[in-house]
Structures are given as C-alpha cells and as structure tokens.
Design a protein. Structure first.
Length: 307
C-alpha cells in the first residue's frame, strides 16, 4: 500500500501546492466568480497532491483547500457570494459544507490514483498528442452536450417564470417547448457523457511511444478530482442547507437533480476539462522527471535501460 513519509521532498510538495492554492484562492487567477458559485482551479493542486503524495497528501492539500474556501465566506481572498450567505445562516454547517467535501475529494482521488496506477502498470503509455486531441474532441462534444441540456432546462424554467404574452406563446407553440424539454435534457446528457467517455478512451487507449511516458492514471485523477469535488460540494449544500429559504429560492421549485445540473452548469464543465488536462500533463511530467513514487517493476525497467 502507498506509504506517506514526511521527508524533504514531501514537505517541498506540500509547501509548493499550498502556495499555489493561496494564489488561486486570493486572486482571480484561480477563482472566477460566476453568480453564487465560482470556477475554481484549486482542484488541480489537490489532484497533483493525490498523484504525487497519495491519499494522505491529497487529504492534506484538500483540507487546506477547504480552509481557504471557508475563509472566502468572510471575504478573505476572492469573496464567495454563496459562502457569505451560508455563514450568516449557520457558520458551523457552512464550515462542514466547505471543508469536508474538499478533504474527502483529495483522499479518495489519492486512493483511486494508486489503484489505477497499479492497473495500468503493465500497459503502454499513450502519446501526448493522442491524449491532447482526444481530450479536445471529447471536450467539444461535452460542451455541446451541456449546451443542449441547458437549453432544455432553461425551457422548463421559462414555462414557470416568464410572462405568458402572445409572442412567447407563439414561440412555445412553434417549437413545442413543453414536449421537447425532456428530449433536449436527455440528448444533452448523452452527449456530455459521450464527450467525457471520449476523453477517457483516448487517454487510456494503448497506442504509443515509450519516450512520452504519459500516465493515464494522472489524467483520470484530474478528471475525478473535479467530478468528486462538485458532487460532494453540491450534496453537502442540499443535505445541510436544502430546507433553508436561500437554497429553496435557488431551487425555484425544481427537483434536486435538475437543480444541481442547472446550478453547476458551465462552471463544472470548465473545471473538469482544465483539471483533466493540467493534472494529466503535470503528473506525467513529474513521472518523467522521476519525482513520482514508482513501483519496483518500473525501477527494474529503468535500471535495465540505464545499463
């Protein structure tokens, strides 16, 4: 099993990733507010920690991310509109909602990366170009899928909120909004999943050059870091604050599933694409530089190459 050691290299990793988290949290470089939520790049240092330092390292950096996220609720760093409101409702529950999902994200991504890396140990690496073009193709399809799904969701909201004047009624009748909303949501969801599937397929596909030594598990760790962070964050929000007037107002009568998809929207998609790509590239670079933990089998292969 992965062993965590507090040595010079570990402390250097933790210090560097903590500094990066602070830059991302205190400047618009890594935290871009969009409505109540923000697009955050802090999931990337968490993924790198999970890759380089395992579950405990991911837990430590994820916990620091959670603490910095909580400080944003007090306008320390880039302010969080939602966080400010939630702290006003209950500061303890707000801390749990901000801290626990990030810490759990780092720990689980570290565990999953360890298991995936062992699984791919005997497989060839994929080329950087294959990973890049596959990610771009999958990302484009995923973005289109999100747009289609968002269209269907917005039509549902329009039926409830917009004034029913004659012009709008004519448009609704022409396009058949009420009947097509579900179709658009399903179609968008299928395209989104297909796009994400393409990203993973091209990353994991066994095709290429040993010299590139791209690590598939690094890309998947980055992807999961973004997915799990969003999943845990929104689950904690609904569980801890779902009955509050604030969250009920955000939900606007929608069911939980539709609310979460509509609420995270483009934010989550951008985070997934950026985290998948940069975590994979950086993790693979660390591997090539021999700065990641390697298995005994890899050690033997490298010793054989150096003879």
């Amino acid at each position: 099993m992965f062993k965590f050691k507090f040595n010079t290299k570990t402390l250097a990793y933790l210090a560097l990733l903590t500094a990066l988290l602070m830059v991302f949290s205190f400047t618009p470089i890594g935290t871009i507010p969009i409505g109540p939520l923000s697009i955050t790049l802090n999931i990337i240092p968490v993924a790198i920690a999970a890759i380089a330092l395992g579950p405990i390292g991911g837990l430590i950096i994820g916990s620091i991310f959670g603490l910095l996220s909580y400080l944003q609720c007090f306008s320390i760093g880039v302010p969080s509109t939602m966080g400010i409101v939630l702290v006003g409702i209950d500061p303890i529950l707000a801390f749990i909602q901000r801290f626990v999902p990030r810490a759990l994200d780092g720990f689980l991504v570290g565990m999953i990366y360890y298991l995936l890396d062992k699984k791919f140990e005997n497989k060839k690496s994929v080329s950087a170009s294959t990973a890049l073009f596959g990610s771009i193709a999958g990302g484009i399809i995923a973005i289109l899928g999100a747009a289609v799904g968002w269209t269907g969701i917005s039509w549902i909201d329009a039926d409830k909120k917009l004034p029913a004047d004659a012009a709008e009624a004519a448009v609704k009748a022409a396009v058949g909004k009420a009947n097509n909303s579900t179709l658009y949501i399903v179609l968008g969801g299928v395209m989104l999943l297909a796009g994400i599937g393409l990203v993973i397929y091209f990353i994991v596909k066994k095709r290429t050059a040993e010299r590139t030594e791209v690590k598939p598990a690094c890309f998947i760790a980055g992807f999961l870091s973004a997915i799990l962070n969003t999943l845990f964050f929104m689950t904690a929000l609904v569980v801890l604050f779902g009955n509050t007037e604030y969250v009920q107002g955000l939900m606007a009568g929608r069911n939980i599933f539709v609310f979460i998809i509509a609420f995270v929207g483009v934010n989550a998609l951008v985070e997934i694409i950026l985290s998948t790509y940069f975590s994979g590239v950086i993790g693979s670079a660390l591997y090539r530089a021999k700065l990641l933990p390697i298995t005994e089998k890899e050690n033997k292969k490298r010793r054989h190459k150096n003879k």
